[in-house]
Design a protein around this ligand. Structure first.
Ligand SMILES: [Zn+2]
Length: 125
């Protein structure tokens, strides 16, 4: 699907709830297929969500990392634990998997779990 076509369909179909009548249309099925299988449409959707959360997708190794930091960004505005957060970044540009035990501990990671990019120079190995 052309990205321009996808954007038009996205405006129409990205608002929930969608009725059964809409879900049964060919356009909706093509939109759903592109949303799940067409890389350029998926990337466009991720970028839009990342930017709308106030993150710059170009600052991270890949869109998946940036996308999974959206919940971390939301967490920093709250004091309670955000159980939806599965990845975090620190002011020291460390990346890690949060441990949801009530504290601020996390498991530091050296490589992006989605693209394999080395995240920073490891001091331990
Ligand atoms: Zn990555």
């Amino acid at each position: 699907m052309k990205l321009s076509t996808f954007k038009v369909l996205d405006k129409k179909y990205s608002k929930f709830p969608t009725s059964k009548d809409i879900q049964d249309t060919d356009d909706f099925k093509k939109y759903q297929d592109a949303l799940l299988n067409d890389k350029k449409c998926i990337d466009w959707t991720l970028k839009r969500q990342i930017k709308s959360a106030g993150l710059n997708p170009d600052k991270y190794c890949c869109l998946d990392m940036a996308y999974h930091l959206i919940e971390d960004k939301k967490t920093k505005r709250k004091t309670k634990i955000n159980y939806d957060s599965i990845m975090l970044t620190t002011k020291r540009k460390e990346f890690g998997i949060p441990i949801h035990d009530g504290g601020t501990s996390f498991i530091k990671i050296n490589y992006c779990p989605w693209c394999g990019h080395k995240l920073y120079k490891s001091t331990t190995r």
